[in-house]
Design a protein around this ligand. Structure first.
Ligand SMILES: Cc1cc2nc3c(=O)[nH]c(=O)nc-3n(C[C@H](O)[C@H](O)[C@H](O)COP(=O)(O)OP(=O)(O)OC[C@H]3O[C@@H](n4cnc5c(N)ncnc54)[C@H](O)[C@@H]3O)c2cc1C
Length: 616
């Protein structure tokens, strides 16, 4: 009988250790060295050709694209959690991309909806290319064997998503991200991608303007080491955990990529653009997918009214997320909701869809209702309220043609990046295809770059590694301190950001938040972790993540304060109108070596879509 591998064994064989990156010692290591075009590793540092940080859709697609572009390159994916625990896995509703033109849909219409949905802060040339690539991405996923739901004709099934003028959100039940993750992971394994799991990127090194690698910490052993790479792709996801518990995103969404880029002197674009999803469950903040409304679910206040008729009668529950979230918060503020303050909620009713349809097309949300709210939404409406959901802002990328940052050798993709597809508000279904599309482009270009590049000198990388090694000792070795200070600070940061920089923003709230951020930073620096054991010291991991969240919060606040207008998810009660004369621009936040942040602006690229009032 021929030897058979289980999927777990296959995955285990793909998971390497840092030692495998160094000089060949046999086994996996030998295989690795044999496929690497790396020049001899003179500094003794572990090396690889293309290093990808993040194992969500963006990281996985980048890795496969890099391997396919040049099979001679060593391609390694680093991740602080297993691929199956990324935000990608949690995606429910579907993935946009026009593959059916029979009802008049087109790439151009998809781009137009994206530009309008993003309240015209979208770069229009980028949106057009994105929409075209999105269609191809759906065909590619289908070809890879992704088990999409099918219609009666056997075609990939699709549903409405908010802000869309046509039905183009392709889905696999309400587990699209979970199924997509497994499809992409299988493809990565098949294509010889290697994984460094449970490794946390602490920092990124830019020397003489070029990216030369990263500093990693092995979460299991606590070892801190540099990895030199010819090119690096940051696919680290978003930073919505700045709102700590008031978010639908996983605990990994701590903006590590954006923070590393800030420390390296590069730009964090549009950091104030954070999306609030209308329908988070009250307990835990996780999501009831927009697909519940796409399939016909309705929103009700405490008078039993379908209140969306007051706000967007043409689109009702299927208006874009920023508008529906503000409508719910207005109902809450004006006393037409249930409960009070942070506990206030309205109802999402899907009972009229019937058990059969719910069990076929929305089984996961029923499960979520049972798990988090201890109720069955087949039988009664579920309590929901807005929750922070997506980071439109991210690492500044110069063009969707390359997904390159201004630092040669450094690329970014997916939610971590900002190539200006989503502007001030992302449309439902546009993120999975962003991650899939931009991941692929970043991977191809990172491979092309690596094939021609040499390794950097490694001096700064070495200094950074020493700095982080001392940092661990400094934070943990006094035997004093209390982890609880850190956890309390994290909660306070989340609540302060939510109240002052959440759905409704004003100058006075934002200025008050700046004082809070200064206080939080001082408290953060004084925190010590009493456990000096490096092995599985998850408190230290969380400490580093909290530092990154504080940086991301400060950058978001800087953009939110300076942007004296309302646009998409950035809603200023003191500047209710959009102001194109002054703010049809991207905010670009950088940080100098002293830790001071600076703000600059970059014009939005306008093309064929007329800038007009955003009406639905
Ligand atoms: C509940 C929920 C439902 C959603 N539903 C939809 C939907 O229906 N349709 C849609 O289009 N979008 C949806 N989204 C959004 C979408 O899932 C994400 O935006 C998208 O999957 C992001 O993919 P990504 O690869 O960029 O990042 P992620 O999937 O977040 O992956 C980030 C990766 O980076 C790694 N990482 C981060 N920091 C570090 C570090 N310092 N060191 C090492 N590794 C690191 C993590 O381990 C992780 O593997 C949903 C999101 C959520 C949370």
């Amino acid at each position: 009988m021929s030897e058979q591998f289980t999927r777990r064994e296959f995955l285990q064989s793909a998971c390497i250790t840092m030692g495998a990156l160094a000089v060949s010692t046999g086994g996996v290591e030998q295989a690795f060295a044999a496929t690497s075009t790396s020049t001899p590793n003179t500094s003794g540092m572990p090396t690889c050709d293309v290093l990808i940080i993040g194992s969500g859709a963006a990281g996985l697609r980048a890795a496969v694209a890099a391997r396919k572009k040049n099979p001679n390159l060593s391609v390694v994916v680093v991740s602080k959690v297993m691929p199956t625990r990324s935000a990608t896995t949690m995606a429910e509703g579907g993935i946009n991309g026009v593959i059916d033109f029979s009802e008049g849909d087109s790439f151009e219409l998809h781009a137009k909806d994206t530009v309008k949905g993003g309240d015209f802060l979208v770069d229009q040339d980028t949106a057009l290319k994105f929409a075209t690539y999105a269609g191809a991405a759906i065909h590619e996923l289908d070809y890879l064997g992704m088990p999409f739901s099918r219609n009666a004709k056997g075609e990939v099934n699709k549903r409405y998503a908010g802000g869309a003028s046509k039905i183009r959100c392709n889905f696999a039940s309400d587990k699209t991200g979970h199924i997509l993750t497994h499809t992409c992971l299988d493809d990565a394994l098949k294509n010889g991608v290697k994984f460094l799991m449970d490794h946390h990127m602490l920092d990124l090194s830019i020397e003489d303007g070029h990216c030369e690698g990263v500093v990693l910490r092995n979460i299991r052993t606590g070892d801190i080491a540099p990895v030199r790479a010819k090119s690096v792709v940051l696919a680290t996801g978003g930073y919505t955990r700045v709102f700590w518990n008031r978010t639908s995103t996983p605990y990994i969404a701590t903006g590590d990529g954006a923070a590393a880029v800030l420390r390296a002197g590069l730009a964090f674009k549009d950091p104030e653009m954070l999306q609030f999803h209308p329908t988070g469950v009250c307990h835990g903040g996780t999501l009831i997918t927009e697909a519940a409304r796409g399939e016909g679910g309705i929103l009700l206040n405490n008078l039993g009214e379908r209140f969306m008729k007051r706000y967007v009668p043409n689109k009702m529950e299927l208006a874009p997320r920023d508008i529906v979230a503000r409508s719910i918060e207005t109902e809450i503020r004006e006393g037409r909701a249930f409960g009070h303050d942070m506990e206030a909620y309205v109802l999402l009713d899907v009972t009229h869809l019937g058990k059969e349809k719910i069990m076929r097309d929305l089984p996961q949300i029923r499960h979520i209702g049972m798990l988090f709210e201890n109720m069955d939404l087949v039988e009664k409406p579920i309590a929901i309220r807005p929750t922070a959901h997506y980071s439109m802002g991210g690492i500044h990328v110069t063009s969707i043609d390359t997904m390159a940052t201004p630092a040669p050798g450094l690329f970014a993709a997916g939610e971590a990046s900002c190539v200006s597809i989503h502007g001030a508000n992302r449309l439902g279904g546009n993120s999975l295809c962003d991650a899939t599309v931009t991941g692929r482009i970043a991977g191809i270009n990172a491979a092309e770059y690596a094939a021609k590049a040499d390794f950097g000198k490694g001096k700064r990388l070495n200094d950074l590694t020493l700095k982080w090694t001392s940092h661990f000792k400094e934070i943990t070795s006094s035997g004093k301190g209390n982890d609880n200070d850190m956890y309390a600070l994290r909660e306070e940061m989340g609540a302060a950001n939510w109240y002052n920089m959440g759905i409704f923003r004003t100058e006075s709230k934002l200025l008050a938040l700046a004082d809070k951020h200064a206080e939080f930073q001082a408290r953060y620096e004084a925190i010590r972790i009493p456990n000096a054991n490096p092995v599985f010291n998850t408190a230290y991991t969380e400490y580093v993540e909290l530092g990154n969240l504080l940086l991301a919060s400060r950058a978001a606040l800087m953009g939110a304060t300076a942007r004296k207008e309302s646009r998409g998810s950035h809603f200023r009660e003191d500047y209710l109108k959009r102001d194109d004369a002054n703010f049809l621009k991207h905010s670009m936040v950088t940080m100098d070596e002293s830790g001071k942040m600076h703000l600059d602006w970059k014009d939005v690229v306008v093309g064929q879509f007329k800038i007009e009032e955003r009406k639905y």
